[in-house]
Design a protein around this ligand. Structure first.
Ligand code: HEM
Length: 244
């Protein structure tokens, strides 16, 4: 899944040399075939899972076509779910390890991990904005936005709004439910927000448990994989720990 996800995003957003592009394209086709097989299987053998629900969903007599199902599974779920969450785990780990006292705090008190998930995603989110179109004239903050205006909603800017969060640049594991727009807001609020939070929590807990004395390799440049504010993913994160 991770490889398919990286190839999918690499092809869409990466600066991939022309000779590598067919390799990534083949991988994307492979993933789409996997989705197709999964859909065919769930048509015959429905289970308690999302693919089965989508396959058997019906609205006003219409079911989703194979093309729509593959598109939903591949683009929305692989791209929206997998690439974002793994990227957020990498960024969160970087934030936790670059100031070792943050990691120490979590080692001492594991009940702070959910707060760490919130604080890391608030401070540095993988996805900076979403685009909207005004469907009618609308007034926002005293500015008239005419119907049809294209807007960039900077969720990460809102996460750093000093009128909403005290000392927003400060990493603080004792905040009481600070606003966090990392997963959006309103009608298109991320359907996977709770799952992503759970995955991040379990990921961090497992690392605390298994490699408590992990630290960042000094002097490294993590780099960003996609040079885009729509999805920021660190390229690499080198860590080290003493051999016991
Ligand atoms: C750290 C991980 C994640 C981040 C940062 C993230 C972020 C977002 C954001 C910002 C939006 C758009 C909200 C808007 O337009 O206002 C969104 C929508 C969406 N997300 Fe996530 N997401 C994550 C994980 C997931 C997961 C795990 C899933 C699925 C299991 C998922 C599925 C979706 C889908 C299908 C939408 C579109 C919802 C709609 O348009 O109604 N995301 N996500």
């Amino acid at each position: 899944m991770k490889t398919w996800g990286s190839h999918f995003f690499g092809l869409l957003f990466g600066k991939v040399p022309p000779e590598v592009q067919p390799v990534l394209a083949r991988s994307v086709v492979e993933y789409k075939r996997y989705c197709q097989d999964l859909i065919e299987d769930r048509k015959r053998n429905p289970r308690e899972d999302l693919t089965s629900y989508l396959v058997h969903a019906e609205a006003t007599g219409d079911a989703l076509t194979m093309h729509e199902l593959v598109s939903l599974l591949s683009a929305s779920l692989l791209a929206a779910a997998q690439e974002t969450t793994t990227a957020q785990l990498g960024i969160s780990l970087k934030l936790l390890l670059e100031q070792p006292e943050r990691w120490q705090q979590l080692l001492k008190d594991r009940s702070l991990v959910p707060k760490a998930v919130e604080e890391c995603s608030r401070l540095e989110s993988v996805s900076h904005y979403m685009i909207r179109t005004a469907v009618e004239d609308v007034q926002v903050g005293g500015v008239l936005l005419p119907k049809g205006s294209r807007l960039i909603l900077l969720y990460t800017s809102a996460n750093h709004d000093e009128t909403q969060v005290e000392h927003p640049e400060r990493f603080d594991l004792h905040r009481d439910n600070p606003p966090n727009l990392t997963w959006g807001r309103g009608l298109h609020f991320c359907i996977g927000a709770q799952l992503a939070r759970l995955e991040l929590r379990v990921g961090i807990e497992q690392l605390l448990e298994r490699i408590p004395d992990m630290r960042l390799v000094p002097g490294q440049d993590v780099g960003y994989q996609y040079d885009l504010p729509l999805l920021r993913n660190i390229r690499r994160l080198h860590v080290e720990w003493p051999v016991r």
